[in-house]
Design a protein around this ligand. Structure first.
Ligand code: ADP
Length: 384
């Protein structure tokens, strides 16, 4: 007798980008049905075979259709309004992360206040209602001042390093939909390093933390990362412990990524929080005992979490971000696959300058060796 096995679970994911695409790969392993909310049929997760509902993440009816019959609703991005999610929770649907936790990843001002008031170390900041607020903040903390859009920014879009009063954007006084400011000002931190810590938390409370990664940003966008981070063991331990407390404080569920600054004198500051699988966790697919995508499914379903340790002494991940004049990664793929030990991931996104269209991971005896393999492979993928 033939017959279709029931899926082990149905997970509805809002968004269908590369994070949903890689979650779909994990869902296949676990016989989980991943249903994605997509805007169009050419989004990365739809092309990977995830069943799609087409609609807008801001549309309550689309979110309701997604949640109906699913074991849990989760996200590959945070651009989802809170009220329809609250309505789903009130109607008995499981939503992870929940709408209150999600707010900490949606609104940088809210996140700074929430964590600052609870005593977590964050950069000095203030809401900005006009240029005079920035001048006043600079008088106290000095230039440069980092201006950040309160919401909607990513990959450095929405972050401006203002060196003096002439660098300020024109719309500083604009108000957000809730009547609050759209910008915040932040003290510019002399960065000794940037770290990222993945934490996975089940709704019933169990939590695991991944080995700390060190990220390198160029123009506000992550270019590459290595694990273990090149910092002293006690600082890495402190970072992992801090990240776990941050996730617990905001009530994050599923996989969460906490980005940290290492400031002067090795002082850790919380930069930002993502309540979903994250770019800083892509290397976990090959490098760790449980990939962040499997772990996210396990966590949001409240299933047992997997171990997180590294499977090699070191790992590196380099993002595939074409610059102007770059070649086509698809045309260069066979040449890139000549590199032994390079794990190439392409997201099936059209190649455009500045857009993340894939990544390459390598494991190695040292972070330098792993980074060399991954970076060499990315160079081949992008050669004209
Ligand atoms: P996004 O949400 O676009 O990723 P972030 O707030 O993470 O924005 O900022 C992007 C990058 O800009 C950071 O990774 C860091 O390199 C730099 N940056 C952000 N805030 C500061 C700051 N206060 N001081 C120094 N550099 C900063």
């Amino acid at each position: 007798m033939t017959g279709r096995m029931q899926p082990a679970a149905v997970v509805a994911m809002v968004g269908a980008g590369q994070l949903a695409r890689m979650t779909q790969q994990a869902a296949v392993d676990l016989a989980v049905e991943l249903r994605v909310l997509a805007r169009s049929a050419d989004e990365p997760a739809v092309l990977a075979g995830a069943p799609a509902i087409f609609g807008d993440p801001g549309d309550p009816a689309a979110l309701h259709t997604m949640a109906a019959g699913a074991d849990v609703l989760t996200f590959d991005h945070e651009l989802v309004p809170a009220q329809p999610l609250r309505d789903l929770v009130a109607a008995g649907h499981r939503v992870h992360p929940g709408p209150d936790a999600l707010a900490a990843a949606q609104d940088k001002l809210h996140a700074r206040r929430l964590l600052g008031q609870a005593g977590f170390p964050v950069p000095a900041f203030c809401p900005v209602a006009g240029p005079e607020d920035v001048e006043r903040f600079a008088a106290e903390h000095g230039w440069p001042v980092v201006l950040k859009a309160r919401s909607g920014g990513y990959d450095g879009r929405g972050v401006i390093v203002a060196r003096h009063g002439g660098d300020l954007p024109e719309d500083l006084a604009r108000r957000a939909a809730d009547g609050g400011p759209t910008w915040l000002a932040e003290a510019h931190v002399e960065l000794a390093a940037e770290l990222a810590v993945l934490v996975a938390r089940r709704p019933s409370g169990a939590t695991v933390t991944y080995p700390v990664a060190q990220t390198t940003q160029v123009d506000g966008i992550c270019r590459h990362l290595v694990t273990p981070a090149g910092v002293a063991d006690d600082l890495a331990w402190e970072a992992a412990e801090l990240a776990q407390r941050v996730v617990q404080h905001v009530g994050g569920t599923g996989v969460c990524a906490v980005e940290l600054f290492v400031g002067p004198a090795g002082r850790l500051l919380v930069n930002e929080l993502a309540l979903r699988p994250h770019n800083s966790g892509h290397a976990t697919i090959e490098a760790n005992a449980t990939s962040q995508f499997h772990q996210h499914l396990r966590a949001v379903l409240d299933w047992p979490l997997g171990p997180t340790e590294l499977r090699a002494p070191a790992a590196a991940m380099v993002n595939l971000i074409p610059g102007p004049g770059a070649g086509d990664p698809v045309a260069n793929l066979p040449a890139a696959l000549e590199v032994p030990g390079a794990h190439v991931h392409l997201y099936a996104k059209a190649s455009r300058p500045g857009r993340k269209v894939g990544h390459v991971t390598a494991l190695g005896a040292s972070t330098t060796a792993a980074l060399d393999v991954a970076a060499r492979t990315v160079d081949i993928l992008l050669q004209p």
